[in-house]
Design a protein around this ligand. Structure first.
Ligand code: ZN
Ligand code: ZN
Length: 345
């Protein structure tokens, strides 16, 4: 069954898709200006403007409608009755335009995102391919010198290596956090020089063909203090326990708790202030969530990160992150760079 047909089975009335990534997922069509009208039992209508019309007409399973640039005002003038819309993908100003012709608008949440969360084998293969390219780039990075370089320099090197290894783009601005900057989970690469005998957190990923990867390794730049060595070992133990223990059917809260229990037991609970992981696919952060606040339940086909961290202000930090697919018997890792502490020069 096609993705569009699956969606048509899940809805009981017309739904307007304005999230461009959802449109891409459902139809393969990519544009900066598009809307997709899906209704049970009807051929879906794909609206776009002149700039994308040739590509749109090559899209299978939809009727293409050439629209003016302001798609929503045209839809407002031509559609009648009740229309579902994606609440998270329609700014209020556009909501007003869409409702200006008298349509009764009904908010929906997470319908296509719920479909996207479960990956088919072709998507898993695409994510694995992206993850492998990103790891090759990282492997090349670790052969180079860290000590004495600035975080920005290392980030730029990684950026180039990602492209050299086939990435369309980096998945996000890579995090290179050395020494005390490592205590900030989402540190921005700075001009600070990476010192010897500390930890350096590298969180990076690639995008290829629309699919993202996400991975973190924390490297040592020489012998470490007992405290840094200890937080690395505790974080690794928590990460390995979560990778080994997570099963489909667990809630995002239960999955998070596997790693959190290890870190709490070691006395660092208050220094692990974010969730264990998140879904990855056509976006770097998507459903499901693994955290103390999660309302999700893990299912076969979810692709998630497992990324505990320990952050000690003024001292340093560690995070270890793998990307994995949920299988019937547990997690299959899509990242494979060693997790035992690697020392770089
Ligand atoms: Zn990451
Ligand atoms: Zn992540």
């Amino acid at each position: 069954m096609t993705r569009l047909a699956t969606l048509q089975e899940r809805i009981d009335g017309p739904l307007l898709i304005t999230n461009l990534i959802n449109i891409r997922y459902l139809t393969g069509f990519e544009a900066s200006n598009a809307a997709l009208l899906v209704a049970p039992g009807e051929t879906p209508k794909l609206y776009t403007d002149f700039r994308y019309i040739e590509v749109a007409r090559a899209t299978l399973g939809v009727e293409v409608v050439l629209s003016k640039r302001s798609l929503l005002s045209e839809l407002a003038a031509t559609l009648k009755g009740t229309l579902g819309f994606e609440a998270a993908a329609l700014p209020y100003a556009q909501y007003e335009v869409l409702g200006s012709g008298g349509l009764a608008l009904k908010p929906t949440k997470g319908i296509v995102e719920g479909l996207r969360a479960i990956k088919d084998e072709s998507e898993i293969a695409a994510i694995r391919h992206t993850a492998i390219a990103a790891e090759r780039a990282f492997e090349a990075l670790t052969a180079d010198t860290f000590v004495g370089a600035s975080e920005k320099e290392v980030a730029w090197r990684l950026h180039q290596l990602l492209h050299a290894h086939g990435a369309d783009n980096p998945a996000f601005e890579s995090i290179i956090a050395g020494g005390t900057n490592g205590s900030k989970p989402h540190a921005t690469p700075s001009d600070d020089i990476i010192p010897a005998r500390t930890l350096v957190t590298v969180d990076w990923g690639a995008v290829i063909g629309g699919y993202f990867s996400d991975c973190t390794r924390t490297l040592a730049t020489g012998d470490l203090s007992d405290e840094l060595r200890r937080i690395y070992d505790v974080c690794l133990e928590a990460q390995v326990a979560a990778c080994a223990g997570i099963r489909p059917g667990m809630t995002g809260v239960e999955a998070d708790q596997i790693a959190r229990a290890v870190i709490e037991e070691a006395g660092y609970g208050e220094h692990f202030g974010h969730g264990l992981g998140h879904g990855v696919g056509l976006e770097i952060h998507e459903a499901p969530r693994l955290s103390p606040e999660s309302t999700d339940t893990l299912e076969v086909g979810h692709v998630v990160t497992i990324e505990p961290g320990i952050y000690l202000p003024g001292v340093g930090g560690v995070r270890i992150e793998d990307l994995a697919v949920v299988r019937a018997d547990g997690l299959e890792l899509l990242t494979s760079f060693p997790k035992e502490l690697v020392t770089v020069s």
